[in-house]
Design a protein around this ligand. Sequence first.
Ligand SMILES: Cc1cc2nc3c(=O)[nH]c(=O)nc-3n(C[C@H](O)[C@H](O)[C@H](O)COP(=O)(O)OP(=O)(O)OC[C@H]3O[C@@H](n4cnc5c(N)ncnc54)[C@H](O)[C@@H]3O)c2cc1C
Length: 353
Amino acid sequence: MKEFDYVIIGGGCAGLSLAYELDLHQKLSSKTLAIIEPRKEYLRDKTWSFWKVSPHNFEDCVRKNWKEFSIKKPSSSKVIRCDNFPYQSIDSGLFYNKIINKLNKNKNIEFFKNISDLNIKNSFIFNSVPSLRNTSSNLWQHFYGVEIETNEDFFDDGIVDLMDFNCDQRNSVHFFYVLPFAKNKAMIETTWLSKQDLSLKDYESQIKNYINSLGIKNYKINFKEEGAIPLFYPDNTGEKNKINIGTAGGMTRLSTGYTFLNIQDHSKFIRKNLSNIEKARKFELKIKYKFLDKIFLKVLERNPEKMPNIFYKIFNGYTDSTIKFLSNKSSIIEDILIILKMPKWIFLKSLFN
Ligand SMILES: Cc1cc2nc3c(=O)[nH]c(=O)nc-3n(C[C@H](O)[C@H](O)[C@H](O)COP(=O)(O)OP(=O)(O)OC[C@H]3O[C@@H](n4cnc5c(N)ncnc54)[C@H](O)[C@@H]3O)c2cc1C
């Protein structure tokens, strides 16, 4: 059986981002890498969006940049400019193509379907397969979206609707998310922050009703996306000669689900420390974000009806600081500014309970 210096388990976002980063910086010219990925072919399956707070390798896979986004709740709405940190959407189809084409040119990199095809005894492992307990007490960000094309121009393609709370909440937290790629093309997602409750999963009718409520009559669906992001950390533990990456490595920001840029930062960290990776410190999201997100999710669980107002308030003033906070790039002063915007009493109650 073949042996490799490095093995990446899972050739998804984190596995491929890491392989690309290593290949790009010539870390695989004298070392070998195996990527274990069971999927038969790489097709577009996700849309990764985020505020661009740091550079990444995939600018050429960005489908669109926006400099404005909106938050809507019953009775009010606001548009927020984000010139310094544009909101970007990456097309996973372009991302997979770009990386696979590059990796295929390196004879030191090979893809396998099963780990049992290799001898991994002496390899360093990067694992991106999360071990998740789907217990009834866990919160998820679960969603379903369709990319539609309308007959006539309908959307303002300069503004992302980040959260539209004008919808049925069902004692939970529910909003619609609209990414207008063109005046006649948009990704529309119904998003829930809740336990995995089957009664909330009539996604298709939620989407249909929402599109109707916007006044769109004639449209066709070009693409569908369904997913669930765990708002808790997976059980994967680090072992000797093994590092967890991606969702498995705790790269998801639990209050928002944003993971893509954290994966890129983690890949850079591994590349820089590769020669001494066994001894390098563990790369983690800062403890302050983990602590604040834990309280935030407790508040969310106990007070779902208050969340539209809370999300709305987070974007009251100092919006660059808010974006940096939500993207884990804020300073202490900026953290304090965000904390001061929150309703004190319910956050204190959740902190001490
Ligand atoms: C639909 C969807 C949309 C998202 N949108 C955003 C977004 O807009 N912005 C953002 O920041 N984050 C987003 N996320 C969160 C996060 O960025 C993604 O989940 C991202 O794909 C995580 O990367 P990953 O490598 O950890 O997992 P994945 O990309 O899921 O990769 C894991 C890989 O492991 C493979 N695999 C599974 N089982 C095995 C096995 N036994 N052995 C070997 N390989 C295996 C899978 O086939 C897969 O390719 C989204 C998540 C989902 C599900």
